[in-house]
Design a protein around this ligand. Structure first.
Ligand code: NAD
Length: 488
């Protein structure tokens, strides 16, 4: 019956394709061109998508520019109401969003049903902040009454990846709208379905035309133009580190403000004094949920050698029991990888691991040939210099490395170009404090998997990104600080 429901949800896409949404109107790409989006489950074409290019971005940026003054000046309470209606709209269509997301990306329903609701939460959270977002401070000096305030920066570009496209889009667009910015969104070409649903929900919620514009297309054309457009004042980008570096260059001529959320090769460090059952659950969850296609996944396990054998044996047993299957089967834990190119990339590491001299302790195989399915994989007997320990594989693939001492663990944990998240398992408080103090990562959890608390800062260091969002950090990005001094 899930398949029947899915077919019901897809009918409109199959019939009409996906059009861009510019200035409140559905529009085909100006070139008339379309591209196909394909389901990774059976490689079937889902629908045609408007292939937007530079001219479509220009139209969308102009619409965002025109809509900006009225949206900026709309009373905060009125903007808040619209954002809450968007949250309600997402909740009302949560199943449709989850089903389309699963079919488009290959993510399993058990995780994506929550992702849709997380999207609604993002709108509710930032709706609640709208009224205070521009509050300033009075900083009185002997001769001046100094007032600081925050004003929205202007039209912004949002560029998102394919892995959890719905949730990530809400995470950027909700605070942008709450700030009073207008938006041009360029979603990933591999998974365009739910971005369209989201933009429709926003318009149905009463968002004025032009405040939120959607242009589908490829990074090198539409994405590039968005990062170069003079009317666009900032770019919120989520994607690969090398793309982050490219768009930084592209945005240089117009002095774009950039927030970059990039890749990771995040360590989970398990010391022998930890609660090993809980650590095992978390290790499994943080790499084998969401297909391992998750920036915050712990893809490097550093485990203390005194417990390594036992821990890895349990891990192998658990990994071999993970259910791979149809993304809409509620029992499925790992669905197909998003697309051919990514499937080729992930599976290439099975050979690389062998060449590097590591052991494939579990998985290392593809499953069938109907879709892009792979077995959850564990590499052991690895060291931190190997490619499987250094490169972001972005699939359900874990590399396990053993260590002897805390110093050695820290050195290995930091020996990577990335620095997004880190996870530390120990019951020794002093060690946890010492270790986290020196661990190079934007976000660290001790004795916990990744649990996102919306007011906390989200972002990475080193090649994992620049800037933070979450809570007030989001407003700092989408707004300008303004100082006004009044003579006393
Ligand atoms: P990607 O960098 O290939 O693409 C991301 C987006 O950028 C897409 O919309 C793409 O069309 C666009 N793009 C590509 N080239 C561009 C260019 N020259 N100019 C402008 N836009 C361009 O990334 P992906 O493969 O879609 O996503 C996977 C990556 O995203 C992984 O590295 C993952 O770690 C990262 N990611 C990071 C976070 C985070 O919060 N740090 C979250 C999710 C995913």
């Amino acid at each position: 019956s899930n398949i029947a429901k899915l077919n019901g949800y897809l009918e409109r896409f199959r019939k009409n394709g996906i059009q861009n949404l510019i200035g409140g109107e559905s529009r085909a790409a100006l070139s008339g061109k379309t591209f196909e989006t394909v389901s990774p489950t059976d490689k079937s074409v889902i629908c045609q998508v408007s292939h937007g290019g530079a001219a479509d971005i220009d139209a969308a940026a102009q619409a965002a520019k025109d809509a900006f003054p009225a949206w900026r000046d709309m009373p905060a309470l009125q903007r808040k109401k619209i954002l809450i209606r968007i949250a309600e709209g997402i909740e009302a269509r949560a199943e449709e969003i989850a089903f389309c997301e699963c079919w488009d990306t290959g993510q399993a329903l058990r995780f994506m049903s929550k992702a849709a609701l997380r999207g609604a939460e993002n709108f509710r959270y930032f709706a609640d902040q709208v009224t205070a977002a521009r509050d300033g401070k009075n900083l009185q000096s002997p001769t001046l009454m100094n007032v600081t305030t925050r004003v929205p920066i202007g039209p912004v570009g949002v560029i998102t990846p394919w892995n959890t496209p719905f949730m990530l889009s809400t995470w950027k667009i909700a605070p942008a709208l709450a700030s009073g910015c207008t938006v041009v969104h360029k979603p990933a070409e591999l998974s365009p379905l739910t971005a369209r649903i989201l933009a429709e929900i926003a318009h149905e919620a009463g968002l004025p035309a032009g405040v939120w514009n959607l242009v589908n297309g490829f990074g090198e054309e539409a994405g590039k133009r968005l990062t170069e457009h003079p009317a666009i004042k900032a770019i919120a980008f989520v994607g690969e580190s090398r793309t982050g570096s490219l768009i930084t260059k592209q945005g240089a001529d117009t002095l774009k403000r950039m927030h970059l959320e990039l890749g990771g090769k995040n360590p989970v460090v398990v010391f022998d004094d930890a609660d090993l059952d809980r650590a095992l659950d978390a290790v499994i969850f943080m790499i084998y949920s969401i297909n391992g296609e998750r920036c915050t996944s712990s893809s490097r396990l550093l485990v203390q050698d005194s417990i390594a054998e036992e821990f890895q044996a349990k891990l192998v047993e658990r990994v071999n029991n993970i259910r791979v299957g149809h993304p809409l089967d509620p029992k499925t834990e790992v669905g197909p990888l998003v697309a051919q190119e990514h499937f080729d990339k992930v599976t290439s590491y099975f050979e690389i691991a062998k060449q590097d001299g590591a052991t494939i302790a579990a998985g290392g195989e593809v499953v069938g040939d109907e879709g892009y399915f792979v077995r959850p994989t564990l590499f052991t007997n690895a060291n931190n210099k190997m490619r499987i320990a250094q490169e972001e594989i972005f699939g359900p693939v874990l590399t396990a490395i053993t260590f002897e001492t805390e110093e050695e663990a820290l050195e290995m944990a930091n020996d990577t170009q990335y620095g997004l998240t880190g996870y530390v398992w120990t019951n020794d408080l002093s060690r946890a404090l010492r270790f986290t103090n020196h661990l190079e990562a934007g976000m660290i959890w001790v004795n916990s998997e990744n649990v996102r608390h919306l007011p906390t800062p989200f972002g990475g260091v080193k090649a994992s990104g620049i800037g933070r969002d979450g809570g007030d950090w989001s407003f700092d990005f989408y707004m300008e600080q303004k100082h006004i001094g009044f003579a006393l």
